[in-house]
Design a protein around this ligand. Structure first.
Ligand code: OAA
Length: 167
């Protein structure tokens, strides 16, 4: 796709970075949502548990092409992103959202011009108590992801790199 890097090609041409761990592959546990099947950008991390206050707060700021990585601890008990937050992410210029947890309002999110990856959907909303951490290293799908690293997602999978990779 124009302007986006294919993850398979990135892995083929950066075997050294893969071996050193500078380039890492998330375990293939995600479902794809949103209009953008492929997306990439610098990462902002959040660590939360069944509370999406910090997710809303992050998406209310300018995305500038960034990818919001939300480590929701893999909870299967509520959705951390819904249709309103999907629209907010789109209007604030986020490239995508990766959720280690669930989302809801799937049909609405699928209409948004962003890329979304999540473990599953769940109809229940999350708590809103403002609890969580911003910009902390997170472990998602077997992979360490640090704030400011680069994430590349397409139909084949999701990669995280310590620095931006160009072809
Ligand atoms: O606000 C929430 O909890 C998530 C949601 O339903 C939405 O974004 O529309």
């Amino acid at each position: 796709m124009a302007g986006l890097l294919a993850t398979a090609e990135l892995c083929d041409t950066n075997a050294g970075l893969l071996a050193s761990g500078e380039l890492r592959v998330l375990e293939p546990v995600f479902r794809a949502y949103g209009q953008r099947q492929a997306f990439s950008g610098p990462v902002m991390t959040l660590k939360v548990f069944e509370d999406n206050s910090l997710v809303r707060e992050a998406l209310e700021s300018r995305g500038e092409g960034k990818v919001l990585v939300v480590d929701g601890g893999g909870s299967m008990r509520c959705g951390l992103v819904g249709g309103n937050l999907g629209l907010l992410a789109q209007s604030m210029g986020w490239a995508g959202i990766v959720v280690n947890g669930c989302i809801r309002d799937v049909d609405e999110i699928n209409g948004c011009d962003i890329g979304v990856r999540a473990l599953a959907s769940h109809p229940v909303k999350s708590n809103k108590r403002g609890i969580g951490e911003r910009h902390v290293p997170v472990h998602v799908a077997g992979t360490l992801i640090r704030d400011g690293e680069w994430l590349y997602a397409d139909s084949d999978g999701i990669l995280v790199s310590s620095c931006e990779i160009s072809v």
